[in-house]
Each structure stands twice: as structure tokens, then as C-alpha cells.
Design a protein around this ligand. Structure first.
Ligand SMILES: Cc1cc2nc3c(=O)[nH]c(=O)nc-3n(C[C@H](O)[C@H](O)[C@H](O)COP(=O)(O)OP(=O)(O)OC[C@H]3O[C@@H](n4cnc5c(N)ncnc54)[C@H](O)[C@@H]3O)c2cc1C
Length: 397
């Protein structure tokens, strides 16, 4: 099939990479002049790691593999230590903090550059009798059998499909990467929750440290003249490591922030449409569980499976293309709703909710393992792995 992908973020590139491997004719359209991502790092959990492996993405040496996440209150009281190495041991893969540019570089390794057209901002989408047509701001257009809107949080494709826009949750993250002279525990991530917000210091490989400070946010937010003063006044004194980072950060480091948190309901497409959504365009959620990229990767896995079923005229949507797309959306909806709902609880941002809590480490580790396991489409993942093995054996013969 001729597949058009709008957006060259982690979601769009992973989908394009997978669908190219499946033999489709894929083109990616990106509004920016290049594919270099901004921002800090993302956490890849075992559910995302499984998909990266299926896509043949070599993640060896990328970022930092984590062993534990330590959560405490701003007063220094330990709330819980999550054993993320145990989660990875149980589910396979790893929990890895990876700078966005490193993840994109790995996704783009071996990816044919001529499949990506930059400076192409999609402004209109039309379902046609033959498939679908996108129109670009510069007057150009492209036609294909399927259109995947992977154009992020404020997706144009989502808007054109008539779905509701994302809604702010009332919080935002000031976030980025800093190079520290020394990171005491390179495999331990730290999260601290206080009355006015929360913060994180997550090692991201070498001397890179991802920092984030979450504070309340409203749409009438006015950027302070010196944001670093606001961050220092809210978070200074929470720990020695925090003070060290705060002393090094400048207003320049905060220039790209804040990133308001959004969430939107997963839309239902019209039955016959050849358009579907993937990644943040389909399901932006607050970054609290660090699952956004992982969920975009799971979208890729399920979408590939839906489209591969077409050849067999199989269970994935009665063998017709719109049916396969609706099967993909339905299969993802319930799992995504569970992850998005969990990520939207205020528990990780407000000390008051946790005032008397001390959560047993083993319980927290188990809860996260169960959440990841139950929302990761493990049966589909096993089917995809089996198909991949079959393909390798056939190729060798
Ligand atoms: C502060 C913060 C921290 C986060 N931390 C994590 C984390 O630790 N772990 C994790 O898994 N996730 C995390 N996330 C979520 C993660 O960043 C997103 O879920 C992920 O980047 C989504 O990828 P995407 O490809 O769907 O969208 P994006 O990365 O937003 O890519 C969309 C692309 O589409 C392009 N585009 C937009 N409109 C058009 C158009 N009209 N025409 C052509 N191109 C267009 C954009 O330029 C962009 O390149 C975090 C998010 C935030 C805000």
C-alpha cells in the first residue's frame, strides 16, 4: 500500500520504519526543516523496548539503563523505591532513559532519508474514492491508500478528522538536560513530591541528567521575566542534588519550557475513513508515567499487525482497509484509556495526598509491572515476534 505519514517525531518515524519493513511504500511529511528533535530525554519502558526490538532498532549503549526510581517528599521522607530492574527482568527489555535526539538517531539509522519530506506542513486532508489526499501549506499535495496522522499534541490531522482538541490538565513541566561534572548514582532516578509541585532528576547517560520541575499551569500563564528565580523559589532546599542542579541552571536552559500537560479522549473515526491517528495525535497524556513515546511505539506494533492482516483477509477487520484501521483503533483504545487515566491522577504531584503514605517497595514494583503487562498487548507482541522469526528463517532458506 501507499502510506502517507504526517509528522516525523518518534511516533511517525517508528510507524514508517515498521511499515517500510513490511513492504509498504511509505512517505513521511514533516513541517519542520529537519528531523532533529528538541527537548530532553524520554524513558523507554519494557513495553516500548519490545517494539524497538521488533523494529530492529539497536539501542545498545543509548542513554542510561535505570535500576531504581526513588520517590520521596520534599521534607526528605522516603515514600517508595521502585525496583525498575525487577520490572525489566519480569517483562523483558529494560528501563532506559534516552535523550530524544539519541532515540531519533537510532530510529533513523538505516532509514531511507528520501522517504522524509521536510518543510511540508499538512493543512487539509480529504478522503477520496481511491484513498486519501493531503494538501500542504506550500500548495503541494500527496495521495495514498492510508494516512497516518502522527503530528503530535496539537495535531492538524486530528482536528481535520473532527476529534476534540487536547485539554490542559492544570500542570506543566519545566524540563531539559544538563551535563553534570559527576552523577553519584548513575542508575538511580530521583523524584521528589512537595506541596506546590514535584521534580525529577533522572540520569540519561554519561554525565547527562534530565531535570524536570512540575508546577501548576493555566492557559492565561504569563512567562516570568526570570523563570529560574521562580523555579529556585519553589524547589530550593529539597535536597543537595537539587540545589546543585538549581545553582547550575540558567534562564537559557529554561527557554524551551514550560511544557503544559494535556490529555484528550481517544477519538472514534468514521467507519469508512482511510485516515487514522498515532502517538500524541491520538492520545496525548500527562508525562507522569513517562509513557507517551512507549504508547506511540505500541500503536506502531498494533497498526502493523492490523495492516498485515489485510493480506490474509483475517480477524483484523474483515480484510478491508477501513476495517483494519478501526480494528487497530479499537484494540488500542481500552489499554490507552487505562494508561492515560492512571497518568492523570494527581497523586504524583501533590504531597498532601501522600502525607501519611509509605508504600511498600515490592507493592509499587508489582503495581507498575501489572499495569505495563496488562496494557502492552502481549499476545500481539508474541504474534509479531513469531512472524519476525518466520521471516528470518524464510530469508535464510
Ligand atoms: C515534559 C514532557 C516529558 C515527557 N517525558 C516522556 C518520557 O519520559 N517518556 C515517554 O515515553 N514520553 C514522554 N513524553 C511524551 C512524549 O514526548 C510524546 O508522547 C512523544 O514525543 C510523542 O511522539 P509523537 O511522534 O506522537 O509526537 P511528536 O514528537 O510531537 O512529533 C510530531 C511531529 O509532527 C510534526 N507536525 C506537527 N504538525 C504537523 C503538520 N501539520 N504537518 C507536518 N508535520 C507536522 C511536528 O513538527 C513533529 O515533528 C513527555 C512529554 C513531555 C511534554
Amino acid at each position: 500500500m501507499k502510506i502517507l505519514v504526517v509528522g516525523a517525531g518518534a511516533g511517525g518515524i517508528s510507524a514508517a520504519r515498521g511499515l517500510l519493513r513490511d513492504g509498504h511504500d511509505v512517505s513521511v511529511f514533516e513541517q519542520r526543516s529537519d528531523t532533529r528533535p528538541g527537548g530532553g530525554a524520554v524513558t523507554i519502558w519494557p513495553n516500548g523496548a519490545t517494539v524497538l526490538q521488533q523494529l530492529g532498532v539497536d539501542m545498545d549503549g543509548a542513554g542510561q539503563v535505570l535500576s531504581t526510581v526513588r520517590i520521596a517528599t520534599s521534607a526528605g521522607r522516603s515514600l517508595v523505591n521502585i525496583d525498575v530492574r525487577a520490572i525489566a527482568d519480569r517483562l523483558g527489555g529494560y528501563v532506559r532513559m534516552v535523550p530524544r535526539r539519541v532515540l531519533l538517531d537510532r530510529l533513523l539509522a538505516d532509514f531511507p532519508a528520501d522517504r522524509i519530506r521536510c518543510n511540508s506542513r499538512a493543512v487539509a486532508v480529504v478522503d477520496t474514492p481511491e484513498g486519501v489526499r493531503i494538501e500542504f501549506e506550500d500548495g503541494g499535495h500527496a495521495e495514498g491508500d492510508v494516512l497516518i496522522g502522527a503530528d503530535g499534541l496539537h495535531s492538524t490531522v486530528r482536528h481535520l478528522a473532527g476529534a476534540k482538541p487536547a485539554e490542559p490538565t492544570g500542570w506543566c513541566s519545566w524540563q531539559g538536560l544538563i551535563t553534570m561534572p559527576h552523577i553519584a548514582e548513575s542508575a538511580a532516578a530521583v523524584q521528589i513530591i512537595g506541596a506546590q509541585g514535584s521534580l525529577g532528576l533522572w540520569p540519561a547517560g554519561g554525565c547527562d541528567l534530565q531535570w524536570w520541575f512540575d508546577l501548576k499551569w493555566t492557559p492565561d500563564f504569563v512567562r516570568p521575566e526570570r523563570p529560574i528565580d521562580v523555579i529556585r523559589s519553589n524547589f530550593a532546599g529539597w535536597s543537595e542534588a537539587v540545589d546543585d542542579v538549581l545553582a547550575r541552571l540558567t534562564d537559557d536552559d529554561l527557554a524551551a519550557s514550560p511544557f503544559p500537560h494535556f490529555r484528550h479522549p481517544i477519538p472514534r473515526a468514521s467507519r469508512s475513513s482511510a485516515v487514522t491517528l498515532l502517538g500524541d495525535a491520538a492520545h496525548t497524556m500527562p508525562p507522569v508515567l513517562a509513557q507517551g513515546t512507549n504508547q506511540a511505539l505500541l500503536d506502531t506494533m498494533v497498526l502493523r499487525q492490523a495492516l498485515s492482516g489485510l493480506h490474509a483477509g483475517s480477524e483484523h477487520g474483515n480484510g478491508d482497509l477501513p476495517g483494519a484501521l478501526r480494528w487497530y483503533e479499537k484494540t488500542r483504545r481500552r489499554r490507552l484509556a487505562a494508561v492515560s487515566w492512571t497518568a492523570s491522577r494527581p497523586v504524583s504531584q501533590n504531597e498532601r495526598v501522600l502525607r501519611y503514605a509509605r508504600i511498600p517497595d515490592s507493592l509499587a514494583t508489582w503495581v507498575i509491572t501489572v499495569l505495563l503487562r496488562s496494557t502492552s498487548h502481549r499476545r500481539i507482541a508474541a504474534d509479531v515476534d513469531r512472524d519476525l522469526c518466520r521471516r528470518v528463517v524464510t530469508t535464510r532458506r
